[in-house]
Design a protein around this ligand. Sequence first.
Ligand code: PEP
Length: 254
Amino acid sequence: MRRFIIAGNWKMNKTIVDAIELANGIKRELYDIESLDIVICTPFTALSEVGEVVVDSNIDLGGQDLFWEEKGAYTGEISAGMLKDAGCKYVIIGHSERRKHFAETNETVNKKLKSALKTGLLPIVCVGERLEEREAKKTFDVIKDHVENSLKGISKEDILKTTIAYEPVWAIGTGKTATPEQAEEVHAFIRGLLTKLYDEATASAIRIQYGGSVTPDNVEGLLGKENIDGALVGGASLKLDSFSSMIKKASKLK
Ligand code: PEP
């Protein structure tokens, strides 16, 4: 059975002091949750200190991005090794905000994914259609393109370490969540693609999270669907009460 994974994406929010305070609160509130994986992806500046807060706890640390080279003259970039050094276990790759504002493509996502896996990080690879693509009935074409090209050349062993996050762009930060049925339809489609790329046993072991305005009010409906294995959460992960409440609700589902 797939274990749920709920990851908070703090984006460009929180000073180091605020990040430590929130991480301490999460640790305190959720110390006894063992049935699912909890990840917090803080800004780079806070990773190391939040890493010290959550070390030896049931909370894992994640980066929000990385660059694929190991080191060198890449001003402003952070490597997979640096994320590990700061205490990260996970890393988000190809978030739609990076695709939109920083011109990320499936090709760059693929390079980042390979670098993360080579370094021993567990990647969370984001895929998802924009509103105009959904309205033009291109959702499945876009998802197929994102999945096939982002995962190009990834072995069966490595795909099992990877989480896919389905994040319809029109649902991110908008308060417009996909209905559980809309999300499940795409998650099942992604699992079908993974079956073709790998095999049925592999595809059925890969976790596919949903992301897009997940809150304590809608998390149970979404996670109640067969192919939805957790959530990638932006806004609602920035507040202790909403993040801990959704995790407590999710933990009772499995
Ligand atoms: C996200 O950042 O991946 C996200 C889904 O944001 P939000 O929950 O705010 O829609």
